[in-house]
Design a protein around this ligand. Structure first.
Ligand code: AMP
Length: 283
């Protein structure tokens, strides 16, 4: 496995691979790897000839500096894991390889209403930072395929829009959420959940399942939202940020299930000041 910290070296490595007809699969991550990330790597290994993984905790997508500073980092463990998975190349740059000068971020994206709901509403500038880093990485790696997780469903829609609007010739793949036994979506942030409150973290997933059952049995979206709010807030260690039903075709909030195949239930909240998000499809 080749490891690069400079984009110039990665570009020099990938050029000949591409000219030799190798199909490049790209998995962007922020590291602290878990089974969710590995599902993306494995999907790339199946489809592409050369799998590239990036590990970079992108400062511009954190609206909260403390959250950025607390983000788990485990670079050498990540390298070991990627080697075992057969990843071909890892790009783990320092901030100055991608932001020069650091801290300056001039390009602005506008994704319209999608940015004003859910993560966009509660994390202002988040998707601008995501789009900026994804654009930089796509331009450096120039992959044929790229893999994103359903856990960050809104991010997937933003990336899809970006690929469409900027005419990237990249096949985008959505990989299902990998969960712990009790349903908690795997996340790098889970490492920060203290063991004594860990069982309660699964309540975010359980409330998605409860919400979906209620909707299937005929409760309205508003009744379901009220119930889930009470369910989460009944646990003193948990705080609900949002629970919403989303029409995933246009990525808008909805208070009616109009299109069962394109409806998702999305949740975000805190446990011990650690922010978790999750979602499931209506069907
Ligand atoms: P992150 O390192 O959190 O930025 O995530 C990198 C990629 O892994 C994103 O496309 C995420 O959606 C995806 N991902 C994170 N957690 C999971 C999971 N539990 N299951 C599937 N994909 C995931």
């Amino acid at each position: 496995m080749k490891v690069f910290s400079l984009k110039s070296d990665l570009i020099s490595y990938l050029g000949p691979e591409r000219s030799n007809g190798m199909k490049i699969g790209f998995v962007p991550t922020m590291g602290a790897l878990h089974e969710g990330h590995l599902a993306l790597i494995r999907a790339s290994k199946k489809e592409a000839d050369c799998t590239v993984c990036s590990i970079f905790v992108n400062p511009t997508q954190f609206n909260n500096r403390k959250d950025f500073l607390k983000y788990p980092v485990s670079l050498s463990e990540d390298m070991d894991i990627l080697k075992i998975e057969g990843c071909n190349a890892v790009y783990a740059p320092g901030e100055d390889d991608l932001y020069d000068p650091p801290g300056v971020n001039t390009v602005k994206f506008n994704f319209g209403k999608v940015e004003t709901i859910l993560e966009g509403k509660y994390r202002p500038e988040h998707f601008n930072g995501v789009a900026l880093i994804v654009t930089k990485l796509f331009n450096i790696v120039q992959p044929h395929f790229t893999y994103f997780g359903q856990k960050d469903l809104q991010q997937y829609f933003i990336v899809r829009q970006l690929i469409h609007d900027l005419c990237y010739n990249i096949q985008l793949r959505l990989i299902p959420t990998v969960r712990e036994k009790d349903g908690l979506a795997q996340s790098s942030r889970n490492r920060r959940i203290p063991e004594n409150v860990r069982p309660e973290a699964a309540l975010f997933y359980k409330s998605l399942i409860t919400g979906r059952d209620m909707l299937h049995k005929g409760s309205t979206v508003n009744e379901t939202k009220e119930y889930i709010k009470d369910m989460i807030e009944g646990h003193p260690g948990l705080q609900l940020e949002y629970f919403e039903v989303v029409d995933t075709e246009k990525f808008t909030l909805t208070d009616q299930i109009n299109n069962k195949n394109n409806t998702a239930l999305c949740i975000a909240g805190y446990i011990n000041n650690i922010r978790l998000i999750d979602n499931i499809m209506y069907i």
